[in-house]
Design a protein around this ligand. Structure first.
Ligand SMILES: C[S@@+](CC[C@H](N)C(=O)[O-])C[C@H]1O[C@@H](n2cnc3c(N)ncnc32)[C@H](O)[C@@H]1O
Length: 283
């Protein structure tokens, strides 16, 4: 009895592992030339973690500065409204894209893909992305390899598998969306949220958090970005974690929070669509 239940479970487990990457499973044989080969795990990093931290801290710092500036201006306007001297000037408020342009020198955004039938893609809309830059982040709920993701993974093309088997569910709809919201609402330190839920909307506070919409490369459209894992260091400031688009499924995970960034493989100019490689072979 126990053995047959276990067998049924194992069979289900096997087939559900295939569902993570249905698109890859169907298309891999067509695109063998485009597979990314990495000789060992540590060689998967094109840009050092310190450089990833530096770019994120710079962008998040400007986002926080602007948010505080807006809050202060809002409080001032409330006071002026109460005293009848309301100031309607919005001043030089800067949005996420301006912050991105100011700190990283480029902007990215979601738009219909340049490939037929590929849905939405991500484009560089302004500026120049230099080789080795952090172009985007892959948002979503982070599952350790032993944690349950069966229901969230059904017909879900957004489940990203890290080299060590950690999974990131970047789907912004349905049950995946509810899970992210619930985990994000759970985790906070004092007043500070430890993750950002706005990537689930059309206007993410952190404009990098659209990496889940980057499409796969092909023989005709080679990859211009690649995925790189980034474990958030302990010293990452608490007040800036509110812009991280990832949260652990289980609160009690001891490991650092896993994020995935997309790094440019070459200079990318405005107007180009980003293409990654959905499949990396580690020898
Ligand atoms: C992670 S999603 C990427 C975002 C997707 N384009 C969308 O609009 O939701 C992966 C899915 O995008 C589509 N896709 C990605 N790369 C593609 C390509 N080169 N050609 C056609 N479809 C592609 C496939 O449907 C795949 O299952």
């Amino acid at each position: 009895m126990f053995r047959s239940t276990l067998n049924r479970f194992l069979n289900k487990w096997k087939s559900y592992r295939h569902r993570f990457v249905p698109w890859i499973a169907l298309n891999l044989s067509k695109n063998e030339k485009t597979l990314r080969q990495v000789s060992e795990r540590s060689k998967d990093k094109l840009t050092p973690d310190a450089e990833v931290s530096r770019a994120l801290l710079q962008l998040f710092g400007v986002l926080l500065d602007r948010a505080e500036h807006r809050d202060a201006r809002g409080a001032q306007n409330n006071f002026k409204r109460l005293t009848g001297q309301e100031d309607h000037c919005r001043g030089d408020l800067i949005c996420g894209h301006d912050a991105m342009f100011q700190t990283l020198g480029f902007c990215i955004d979601r738009k219909p893909s340049s490939l037929a039938f590929a849905g939405t893609g991500v484009f560089v809309t302004k500026g120049l992305v230099p080789k080795g830059a952090i172009v985007a982040m892959y948002p979503g709920t982070v599952y350790q390899p032993y944690e349950p993701i069966f229901f969230q993974s059904i017909r879900n093309p957004f489940v990203f598998r890290c080299i060590d088997g950690v999974l990131i569910d970047g789907n912004d709809k349905g049950i995946s969306k509810m899970v992210f919201r619930s985990c994000s609402g759970r985790d906070r330190v004092g007043f500070f949220m430890l993750s950002d839920v706005s990537w689930l909307t059309n206007d993410p506070l952190n404009p990098l958090a659209v990496g889940q919409y980057v499409n796969n490369c092909s023989n005709e459209r080679p990859a211009n970005v690649c995925y790189q894992e980034y474990d958030v260091p302990d010293k990452f400031p608490i007040e800036l974690r509110q812009y991280l688009p990832n949260v652990n499924f289980r609160q009690e995970v001891q490991a650092p929070l896993r994020c995935v960034v997309l790094v440019s493989l070459r200079d990318i100019i405005a107007g180009e669509e980003l293409f990654s490689n959905y499949y990396t072979i580690v020898h």
